[in-house]
Design a protein around this ligand. Structure first.
Ligand SMILES: Nc1ncnc2c1ncn2[C@@H]1O[C@H](COP(=O)(O)OP(=O)(O)OP(=O)(O)O)[C@@H](O)[C@H]1O
Length: 243
């Protein structure tokens, strides 16, 4: 489903940062991959390349047969197919929840307002927040806003969902409600790539855990392998620090 081959990404700030070094991985349809690693190891940059928020200097990314780095590739379509949920919810503050969910459906998916609203209400129901369709984001808790953000991505019928530390900005009591929505999504067969510090989620839900350090994938495996018998010394050090 997702074929990433020898991805290299540099930033010049102005000194050179080699943020991704020959990153290669293949993710199957329906697989849930959790990416962990120290701060600055390239996790976000990797995710952001998968929906072209960043453009790597070399390497290839093919998602469901589409070369998303090809010059002619329509970025709006890539971002509809590859949904992304961020730490900060990125909702439009002046639009109500329903409008937040219908805008891209109408402009990118070319749906009528009625179709878009039906889809939006269906997805708001799925994330347990249908009654809030008419309020502005600021009237919602952080957990509710993040559920709206997830529903907004799902309205586009994505093939893949990316999550970049989706619970890091939430008060602790709201983390669970967002993780529950993500768990249900994983169970429904969605292909997911998740950067998170929630090791419980990695243990319970991930099919595979990837450990990144200094822009490289140093180790990957099932959660059972990863948490019980990691092989790489840097993985062991990292897990010792966070567990
Ligand atoms: N837009 C940017 N401009 C310049 N440097 C960047 C940019 N984005 C990321 N970097 C650098 O690239 C490296 C990888 O950053 P990235 O955010 O991908 O790491 P991360 O593992 O997601 O970190 P964290 O867990 O702290 O979010 C870091 O050295 C970072 O400073």
């Amino acid at each position: 489903m997702i074929h990433v081959n020898k991805l290299n990404k540099y930033f010049y700030v102005p000194h050179e940062i080699h943020a991704l070094r020959d990153v290669t991985t293949h993710i199957h349809e329906g697989e849930v991959v959790v990416v962990i690693g120290p701060s600055g190891s390239g996790k976000s940059t990797f995710l952001r390349c998968l929906n072209r928020l960043e453009y790597p200097q070399s390497g290839s990314i093919v998602i469901d047969g589409v070369d998303i780095l090809a010059k002619g590739c329509n970025i709006n379509e890539v971002r509809a197919e590859v949904g992304m949920v961020f730490q900060s919810f990125n909702l439009f503050p002046h639009k109500n929840v329903l409008d937040n969910l219908t805008m891209a459906q109408i402009t990118v998916r070319k749906r009528s307002r009625k179709q878009a609203e039906e889809k939006a209400m269906e997805l708001l129901g799925k994330v347990g927040i249908a009654e809030k369709y008419n309020v502005k984001p600021e009237q919602l808790s952080g957990g509710q806003q993040q559920r709206v953000a997830i529903a907004r991505s799902l309205c586009m019928d994505p093939k893949v969902m990316l999550f970049d530390e989706p619970t890091s900005a939430l008060d602790p009591e709201m983390v669970g409600e967002v993780l529950d929505v993500m768990k249900a999504l994983a169970k429904s067969g969605m292909t997911m790539v998740v950067v998170t510090h929630e090791m419980g989620f990695a243990r319970e839900v991930a099919d595979r855990v990837i450990f990144m350090d200094q822009g490289q994938i140093l180790e990957e495996g099932t959660p059972e392998h990863f948490f019980a018998a990691p092989e790489n010394e840097r993985t062991k050090d990292f897990l010792r620090q966070i567990l």
